[in-house]
Write a protein that binds this ligand. Structure first.
Ligand SMILES: Cc1cc2nc3c(=O)[nH]c(=O)nc-3n(C[C@H](O)[C@H](O)[C@H](O)COP(=O)(O)O)c2cc1C
Length: 364
């Protein structure tokens, strides 16, 4: 099944492999896409990666989360993205733009002197208390996300993915821990999901109904079970996935974790098949609840586990981040039967602010 094609809202994908969104620390200081990122994506495309999802691109300079992060807040970027997209389209890969806003995990800078989020809940890793967004600011942010989707389409991306995971703005909205609002965008599960639905509806006015809009969704905030009573987890996250699917989301990538929950979202020491695919319980529940393709990410490392996940209905696609940093040609190697397990040891040394690369010493 790994090499069977799949259709996502009309987007034909040649196999089941996804390069999950990966911040590269390779964009220009203002978010401009660079040739260096294009080189990386071309390398992944040349090596048969079914879908390449870009690093998260900020939709508003006030929502930038890290240095040298991609930006998509202005039409001036469209031309550069178009070049990047056309390099990938020389091969049979699809390329998807991930769009994001930092929310309570925004990097404080002259452009973003304070973080803003659905509610003023202190972010404990940085000790920053975000400002609660006014209704006006929420509406402005909806417009910014929709415009980013329009730019993605104009640049030729095959689809756009809304980053609704990992403690950034849209993940702040869906979590009862970080969203204490009592207006249109807070309260019940439906209301906490409403901002994403509003973005999709506004984007549809700009890009029409055929353009694929995907999401990366936190199925859990990732705190140890029971340690934070109002954190997001199943079964509520399954309800959120259902709301998104009926509102026109084309595929759901299942992830989890926010910064405050520790390095949960990129776990280390994945040295046995049992430790792989650490969000599979959630993806199975979501796959049973929705009729759009589900993509699972998080610690998937061996061919045997990949095949099992597909065959046993845990997911429709296999998404990897760190393994592609160590081995951009892993899809070809798996297809040719050259490897059973990827090389990546999940040490996280690839999170390198001089540009992602595998920094593990394999001694060879
Ligand atoms: C260096 C690095 C950058 C990342 N950047 C992003 C990003 O831009 N957007 C996103 O949704 N996830 C990002 N992630 C999370 C990954 O996409 C993925 O969810 C996580 O690493 C687990 O998958 P893995 O075990 O295959 O690495 C990043 C992870 C790493 C290690």
């Amino acid at each position: 099944m790994l090499f069977e094609p799949i259709l996502i809202c009309g987007m034909e994908v040649p196999n089941r492999f996804v390069r999950s969104a990966t911040h590269e620390w390779m964009a220009g200081p203002d978010g401009t896409p660079t040739e260096r990122i294009g080189d990386l994506y071309e390398e992944l495309a040349k090596n048969e990666t079914g879908i390449i999802i870009t690093g998260y691109a900020y939709v508003d300079p006030r929502g930038k989360s890290d240095h040298l992060q991609l930006g998509i807040y202005d039409d001036r970027f469209i031309g550069e993205y178009r070049k990047m997209v056309s390099r990938v389209h020389r091969y049979n890969s699809r390329i998807v733009l991930q769009v994001a806003h930092g929310g309570r995990q925004t990097m404080i800078s002259p452009e973003a002197p304070y973080a803003f989020a659905p509610s003023a809940v202190t972010e404990k890793t940085k000790g920053i208390t975000p400002e609660e967004m006014s209704g006006e600011e929420v509406l402005e942010t909806i417009e910014n996300f929709a415009s980013a989707i329009r730019r993605g389409r104009e640049a030729g991306f095959d689809a756009v993915q809304l980053h609704c995971a990992h403690g950034f703005l849209l993940s702040n909205f869906i979590s009862p821990y970080t969203n204490r609002r009592k207006d249109r965008w807070g309260g019940s599960t439906e209301k906490r999901t409403q901002v994403i639905v509003d973005i999709i509806n506004r984007a549809r006015e700009m890009v029409g109904h055929d353009y694929p809009i995907m999401v990366k969704l936190n199925a859990t905030d990732g705190f140890p079970e029971g340690s934070k009573k109002n954190a997001l987890d199943a079964p509520e996250s399954i309800e959120i996935a259902k709301i998104l699917a009926v509102n026109g989301v084309c595929a759901i990538e299942v992830s989890g974790g926010i910064a405050e929950a520790g390095d949960e979202l990129f776990r280390t020491q994945i040295d046995s098949q049992e430790k792989e695919a650490y969000y599979k319980r959630y993806s199975k529940l979501i796959k049973e609840a929705v009729d759009v393709p589900v993509i699972l990410v998080g610690g998937i490392r061996s061919r045997a586990v990949m095949e099992k996940l597909l065959e046993e209905g845990y997911t429709d696609m296999i998404s990897l981040c760190r393994p592609f940093i160590a081995e951009p040609d892993l899809v070809v190697k798996i297809r040719k039967g050259e490897i059973d397990v990827v090389k990546c040891v999940s040490c996280n040394l690839c999170s390198d602010s001089s540009g992602i690369k595998c920094n593990y010493d394999f001694g060879d």
